[in-house]
Design a protein around this ligand. Structure first.
Ligand SMILES: Nc1ncnc2c1ncn2[C@@H]1O[C@H](COP(=O)(O)OP(=O)(O)OP(=O)(O)O)[C@@H](O)[C@H]1O
Ligand SMILES: [Mg+2]
Length: 257
């Protein structure tokens, strides 16, 4: 990755392009997170960690950094990326919370076999009457999960609430990194509502999956929302498949400031 790539501000999919690094395959039969991933893929997530750490300087008040993860379309690998980025940050000694903020299709607590309820939505419905559920992930002592909770009829309203902003700030006061797993931008407004409250957004792009137009629209929406796009996580690179859930596994990322 050269310096120009690093300093390059993505406005469109075309100028966001070149690959920074790649990782070879891992089997889909394995659990696709944490220490279960093969060495090369784990190394790729470590490079993502390094890039994230260097893209986001520490804040003056020393509070933790809030990073949102989204994509143009569904199924591009947001939850896998959120969990693996969180794991690799936790592995390096940071205290990390992953917030399962895709209240329509949560994907993290089930992967980790963590009880999903009560969780974020239950807390946001009546924050006065209960404390937020934060569960330790069974895969690393530094890693915690705020599960989605009972799937609500009004996710956008809950995520757009003052309680949600206050919760993110409170989590940032307690953890070094708060990774927010969001729904895709193309479908609903949830991700954009949260985007401006983050210190930076990662856009996951699945190879041979999202059309450039959808990606451009997602970038445009994030720019309109005045979100800071940290960069792109190119997922499933090298599988050569238009279908997700493919057995091969590859990955690269590109960063910008
Ligand atoms: N690089 C990859 N190679 C192969 N399979 C993958 C890869 N990344 C994710 N997957 C698989 O693709 C599916 C979708 O991934 P994931 O749930 O992370 O995406 P998502 O963007 O969070 O989806 P959703 O929009 O439904 O929340 C899962 O079955 C996951 O295991
Ligand atoms: Mg998901």
């Amino acid at each position: 990755m050269d310096k120009n790539t690093l300093n390059h501000k993505p406005e469109t999919a075309e100028n966001a392009a070149p690959a920074a690094n790649t990782a070879p395959s891992a089997s889909a039969e394995e659990n696709q997170f944490g220490a279960n991933l093969n060495f090369a893929v784990r190394e790729a997530y470590k490079r993502l960690r390094t890039n994230v750490i260097y893209s986001l300087p520490k804040k003056e008040d020393n509070s933790g950094l809030i990073i949102g993860v989204t994509s143009a379309l569904k199924g591009e690998g947001k939850s896998s990326t959120s969990l693996n980025l969180a794991y690799t940050l936790a592995e390096a000694g940071s205290q990390v919370a992953v917030v399962e903020a895709d209240l329509r299709l949560p994907g993290i607590s089930s992967q980790l076999k963590i009880k999903p309820v009560p969780g974020l939505s239950d807390y946001l419905v009546s924050p006065g009457s209960q404390t937020i559920s934060i569960r330790r992930a069974p895969i690393n002592n530094n890693l915690f999960v705020v599960p989605a909770g009972t799937l609500p009829p009004n996710p956008s309203e809950l995520l757009g609430s003052q309680q949600m902003s206050a919760l993110l700030r409170a989590l940032a006061g307690k953890f070094d990194y708060v990774i927010v797993d969001l729904p895709p931008i193309g479908a609903v407004t949830d991700a954009l509502i949260i985007a401006k409250q983050t210190d930076g957004m990662l856009l996951v792009v699945r190879q041979n999956y999202a059309h450039k137009r959808a990606l451009n629209e997602a970038i445009q929406q994030l720019n309109i929302a005045k979100a800071k796009i940290l960069g792109f996580v190119m997922n499933d690179v090298g599988s050569g498949s238009k279908h997700y859930g493919k057995k091969k596994y590859g990955y690269y990322q590109e960063y910008s400031k």
